[in-house]
Design a protein around this ligand. Structure first.
Ligand code: SOE
Length: 391
C-alpha cells in the first residue's frame, strides 16, 4: 500500500502537448521515486468522444469527459492541465482557479496581455499552485547554463542571441484554423511565431539573463491568404510567419532574436548563445545534451570551445536517469517539469515559471508585436501596455 499522496490530474486537450504531458505524469514515479506525491491520471477531456476514449486507453486515464467544465466541476480532480489552443486558456484557467484547482497551463500563457493578466489575477486571488510549461528550461544542459551564469563565470554579459527556426508552413496550401493547424489562425493562437516559438526563447532568455526592457521588431506574413478549415473559405492570414527583434536587457546586454516557419531545412532549430566578459555559452536543441562553453581563463595553448556532454550524475536532473554518457531527450523536459511541480507541493515554493513569471514573457511578446506594427521601439513595461490591457 503506497504512503504517497495523490495529485489527481484532469487533462484538457489531447493533441501533441496532451501526449507530452501524459508521458511526463506516467514516467515520474519510475524516475523520481523520492517525491511525496504521485500523479494520478484521473480524467482526460476532449470534445470528440471516440478520440478521447482512445487517448484515455492509450495513456491510462481512468475516465473521460467531453466538456472541460465537467472536469472543473469534479471533486476528484486536484489539478487541471490545460493543453488546448491558446484562445481557451484564459477561460479554462479562470474557471479552474475559481473552483480551487491547481493549474498547469501550456505555453504561451495566453493570446495577449489582457488575458494573461486576468489569469494571473485569478490564480493569485484563489491562492492555487500554478505553472506554465516552458519546458526548455528543463533540458539538463540549459539548466546547467543557468547554474554557470549564476555562478558568475561569464562575468559581465554583453550579448544574448537566440533563434527558433522551422519550415512547416512554406507550402501555401497548408490551411489555417481547426485541429492541427490552429497555430496558423490568429483568433485561436493570438500571434504566430512570436507567441509560439519566440515565447520559448524569451522565457529562457529572461531566466538566464534577466529582464528585457525594450524591443524593436519586424514581422512578416509571407502567405497572405489561406483556406480556413472551419469556414472552408480562403481568408486573410493574421499571424506573423516570421519575426526578428533586438532588445536591451536590464543588465545592459543586447539581445537579438529570430524566429520563422520559413527556414527551409530546419524543423525545430532552437539555439542560443551568450557572450560574457570572461566566457561564452551556446546551446542547440538538435544536440540538446551538449553545452558548449568557452572560458578565456583557460591556459592559452588549450583555450577553445569545450563541448560538455551533460549526462553525468552531478549535472542537473541526470542523476535520475541512466548512467554517465547516456543521453536523454525532448520528452524528459516534461517529466522534469512534473517532478518539479510535485516537489513544489512538498516545499511550498512555487514551480517556475508561474503565471506571474510568464506574464513577463507575455509583455515582451506584446511589445514585439506592437513594435513591428508601429515600426518603433517599445518599452516592455509602460503605459502603452496598460492601455492595451484595458482596451
Ligand atoms: C510548433 O511547431 C511547436 O510545436 C510549438 O508549439 C512548441 O511549443 C515547440 O516546443 C515546438 O514547436
Amino acid at each position: 500500500m503506497s504512503t504517497k499522496k495523490e495529485l489527481r490530474i484532469g487533462l484538457i486537450g489531447t493533441g501533441f502537448m496532451g501526449r507530452t504531458h501524459s508521458n511526463g505524469y506516467n514516467r515520474v514515479p519510475n524516475f523520481f521515486p523520492q517525491l511525496q506525491y504521485n500523479p494520478v491520471l484521473q480524467a482526460v477531456c476532449s470534445r470528440n468522444e471516440a478520440n478521447v476514449r482512445a487517448f484515455a486507453d492509450q495513456w491510462g486515464y481512468k475516465s473521460v469527459e467531453t466538456d472541460w467544465r465537467a472536469v472543473i466541476a469534479r471533486d476528484d480532480i486536484d489539478a487541471v492541465d490545460i493543453c488546448t489552443p491558446n484562445d481557451t486558456h484564459a477561460e479554462i484557467a479562470i474557471a479552474a482557479a475559481e473552483a480551487g484547482k491547481m493549474i498547469l497551463c501550456e505555453k504561451p500563457l495566453a493570446r495577449n496581455l489582457t488575458e494573461a493578466q486576468s489569469m494571473v489575477d485569478a490564480v493569485e486571488k484563489a491562492g492555487v499552485a500554478n505553472t506554465v510549461w516552458y519546458n526548455y528550461r528543463r533540458v539538463p544542459a540549459v539548466t546547467l547554463a543557468k547554474q554557470i551564469i549564476d555562478s558568475g563565470k561569464l562575468g559581465k554579459i554583453f550579448h544574448y542571441r537566440a533563434n527558433f527556426l522551422q519550415d512547416w508552413t512554406i507550402n501555401a496550401n497548408v490551411p489555417q484554423g481547426g485541429t492541427g493547424t490552429w497555430r496558423m489562425d490568429v483568433e485561436a493562437a493570438g500571434s504566430g511565431v512570436t507567441g509560439d516559438l519566440l515565447a520559448h526563447c524569451i522565457d529562457t532568455a529572461m531566466w538566464l539573463n534577466g529582464g528585457i526592457t525594450d524591443v524593436s521588431a519586424v514581422t512578416e506574413t509571407f502567405v497572405k491568404e489561406r483556406m480556413h478549415q472551419l469556414t472552408g473559405k480562403m481568408q486573410p492570414v493574421g499571424i506573423d510567419d516570421a519575426c526578428i527583434f533586438h532588445c536591451h536587457f536590464e543588465n545592459g546586454s543586447l539581445g537579438l532574436f529570430e524566429s520563422t516557419r520559413y527556414a527551409r531545412g530546419h524543423k525545430a532549430l532552437y539555439t542560443f548563445e551568450i557572450n560574457g566578459e570572461n566566457a561564452s555559452i551556446r546551446w542547440d536543441l538538435h544536440d540538446l545534451n551538449r553545452l558548449e562553453y568557452f572560458d578565456y581563463a583557460d591556459e592559452g595553448i588549450v583555450r577553445g570551445w569545450r563541448s560538455i556532454h551533460v549526462t553525468d550524475g552531478d549535472q542537473p536532473y541526470m542523476g535520475k536517469w541512466w548512467v554517465p554518457g547516456l543521453s536523454i531527450g525532448y520528452e524528459h523536459t516534461f517529466v522534469h517539469q512534473v517532478a518539479d511541480f510535485l516537489k513544489s507541493l512538498e516545499t511550498g515554493e512555487p514551480c517556475q515559471p508561474t503565471f506571474r513569471d510568464s506574464l513577463e514573457t507575455q509583455k515582451v511578446c506584446e511589445a514585439v508585436i506592437e513594435s513591428a506594427k508601429t515600426r518603433s521601439w517599445k518599452d516592455t513595461n509602460v503605459e502603452w501596455n496598460a492601455a492595451v490591457s484595458v482596451g
